[in-house]
Design a protein. Structure first.
Ligand SMILES: Nc1ncnc2c1ncn2[C@@H]1O[C@H](COP(=O)(O)OP(=O)(O)OP(=O)(O)O)[C@@H](O)[C@H]1O
Ligand SMILES: [Mg+2]
Lengths: 232, 380
């Protein structure tokens, strides 16, 4: 997906190269973990993949589209249809209830409020939140909020789902529950799921793990061969 | 999307209340002061406005306001009568004198002396008595507000006796006349008597009141009177305007009201701008999420504008409701602010000002939202 991607922040003396030629691939039908020490550039990389940041150099291809070349309406359209997001901080809208929050991407696409809510309700039901459709984020537990956020990331059936530290704000049990849902519902034949994480307790959910350090990809491995990290 | 925008707005009741309060306050202040200003300066034209059946007012060329006319010679009446298109012309005297009651209360009053024969120029609305009662000896008609001032708490009733410059006056009738700008109490009496109350010799004619012949254009007749007599002549409407313009130009009223109104607008912009910027700031992350899921800058702008306009509309409604409640409350027969109202022109101007205030107030917020980088959604 990315070939030799470079990204720097700042100018002059304070300019720092954060990505120094990243070669990264994620496969459809798989859950790819992106791990590495804090500050190594993981968030920057997925921001570039999801067309939220423009790289300074290198090639980025997402399902045959080069987001770098998109402008204006094409760019917003790419974000609207191709990408779904899950964040560490959930980023739900406090004034909307669970179903409305999950329905936001559909509303953005112009789906009528009634139909969007119905679809969101069905998906939330699959995520085990059927009883909480009318609740506002403040009335939900952290794990429930993250499941609403997952519903929002999936409702419009995007081909790429990026999750930045989805379990970092959750306790171990709800973290596992969220990963189980991601694994069973998010991962589909023609969808690539990328999970950025520090949390080695959840490595077992990965189909593939890519390690980054200091702005580069250092190695990619299958979780089966990762016994040494489990202890680390 | 607009539904989401409104939910965001109503989902934050504290800031919503702040926004509404800011706008309602400045709307109220602007509308109340604007209406008050109009009401106050309009008072100067009340004697003109309330004179019944007068088409054209003729006065000395030096007269600038209906409340302080320069006296003319008595013969001018006959010269005016000779002008074509004048059906009838009656003398009218306006003098200021102090009223004293037996209870030693006093008030400055405008004495409007009307032609003994025709009673032309009198206010038609009588609460007690009739215009005909003025034909009785020493008779005067006082306005009900003046009556209430001189005899507080007493029922509106004829028969009260007053002293005016050592002469006797008997209240035979009570009118609904509105107070003037310079004279708080309005007294109608016969011309001869008005002249007797206010000391001085002959040649104290204030106005000649003209009724035009049927079919004649009052403006045209006024022009003809001016050119043939060298006097100043205006239609009723034109004299009202001229008088109000005089008050605006020659008193500090307009600037002082202007300052308060401007202050209302400035406070509105500041309070609304600050609160709205806070509101948008608090929701910046939500707007970033929306941008991330593919909402364009234009649609975000639309959302913020919707929020601003809804706030403006509701705030304006509250403010205007407050202002009209104020004018409803004060426009009572015996209130000092009797006759004050909220002209629709003021309401419309305030609506325009409110829109301008809200637009101005949302500039910072809008710039912030438009410049927002969606990548912030990944930061914790
Ligand atoms: N907008 C920005 N402006 C300046 N520097 C930035 C910006 N975004 C990220 N950085 C810097 O780039 C480096 C990489 O950031 P990034 O967020 O990609 O790291 P990360 O691997 O996600 O770290 P973490 O595990 O702590 O989330 C950091 O040193 C960070 O300070
Ligand atoms: Mg990060």
């Amino acid at each position: 997906m990315t070939r030799g991607v470079i990204k720097s922040f700042g100018t002059g003396d304070t300019r720092a190269q954060v990505l120094r030629g990243v070669e990264f691939d994620a496969q459809a039908g798989e859950m790819t973990f992106l791990v590495g020490p804090s500050g190594c550039g993981k968030t920057t990389l997925i921001s570039i993949l999801s067309a939220m940041l423009t790289p300074d150099g290198g090639d980025v291809t997402v399902f045959g589209v080069e987001p770098v070349k998109l402008r204006g309406a094409k760019l917003t359209d790419f974000r609207m249809r191709t990408v779904g997001f899950v964040f560490q901080q959930f980023n739900l809208m406090p004034a909307l209830d669970a179903a409305e929050n999950a329905a936001v991407p559909l509303i953005v696409q112009g789906v009528g409020a009634g139909r969007a809510r119905k679809q969101a309700a069905a998906l939330l039901d699959r995520l085990g939140l059927g009883a909480h459709l009318d609740k506002y984020p403040a009335q939900l537990s952290a794990g429930q909020q993250q499941r609403v956020a997952i519903a929002r990331a999936l409702i419009h059936e995007p081909r790429l789902v990026v999750c930045d530290e989805p379990t970092a704000s959750l306790d171990a049990t709800s973290g596992r529950a969220v990963m189980e849902i991601l694994k069973s519902i998010a991962v589909q034949k023609n969808r690539a799921v990328i999970v950025v994480t520090h949390d080695n307790r959840i490595y077992s959910f990965a189909d593939r793990i890519t390690f980054m350090a200091d702005g580069r990809v250092v190695r990619t491995a299958l979780p089966a061969s990762l016994q040494e990290y489990e202890v680390a | 999307m607009l539904g989401i925008a409104l939910k965001m707005l109503f989902g934050d009741p504290v800031k919503l209340a702040g926004l509404l309060l800011g706008i309602a306050f400045s709307t109220l202040l602007m509308a109340q002061q604007g209406g008050f200003f109009i009401g106050l300066i309009s008072r100067s034209a009340n004697i003109v406005m309330e004179a019944q059946d007068v088409d054209v007012w003729v006065m000395d060329p030096k007269t600038e306001t209906a409340e302080a006319p320069t006296p003319m010679r008595d013969v001018e009446l006959y010269r005016v009568r000779g002008v074509e298109g004048v059906a009838s012309a009656a003398p009218f005297v306006q003098a200021t004198a102090t009223l004293r009651t037996a209870e030693r209360r006093s008030a400055t009053a405008g004495f409007l002396g009307i032609d003994d024969g025709t009673l032309l120029g009198i206010n038609p609305r009588f609460v007690v008595g009739t215009p005909e009662d003025l034909r009785r000896p020493d008779a005067i008609a006082i306005d009900q507000l003046g009556f209430a001032r001189l005899w507080p708490g007493e029922p509106l009733k004829p028969g009260k006796v007053l002293e005016v410059n050592d002469r006797r006056a008997v209240v035979v009738a009570i009118t609904e006349a509105l107070p003037g700008f310079a004279v708080p109490v309005v007294v109608y009496t016969r011309l001869s008597q008005a002249l007797a109350y206010a000391p001085g010799g002959r040649n104290r004619l204030s106005f000649v009141l003209v009724q035009t012949a049927p079919g004649a254009d009052p403006a045209e007749v006024a022009r003809r009177i001016s050119s043939q007599t060298g006097l100043q002549a205006h239609t009723s409407r034109a004299l009202q305007r001229k008088t109000i313009d005089y008050v605006i130009a020659n008193t500090g009223i307009a600037p002082s009201f202007g300052v308060v109104i401007a202050l209302g607008a400035v406070v509105g912009v500041l309070v609304t701008g600050l609160t709205f910027t806070l509101f948008v700031n608090d929701n910046l992350r939500q707007f970033a999420v929306l941008k991330a899921v593919g909402v364009s800058g234009w649609r975000i702008l639309g959302m913020v504008m919707t929020q601003a306009i809804v706030v403006a509309f509701i705030g304006y409604a509250f403010g205007l409701w407050g202002a009209s409640a104020f004018f409803d409350a004060v426009d009572r027969p015996l209130s000092d602010l009797k006759g004050f109202w909220l002209p629709w022109q003021v309401a419309a101007l305030v609506a325009g000002a409110t829109v301008a205030i809200v637009l101005l107030a949302s500039v910072t917020a809008i710039r912030r939202v438009l410049a927002l980088d969606p990548a912030v959604v990944f930061r914790s």
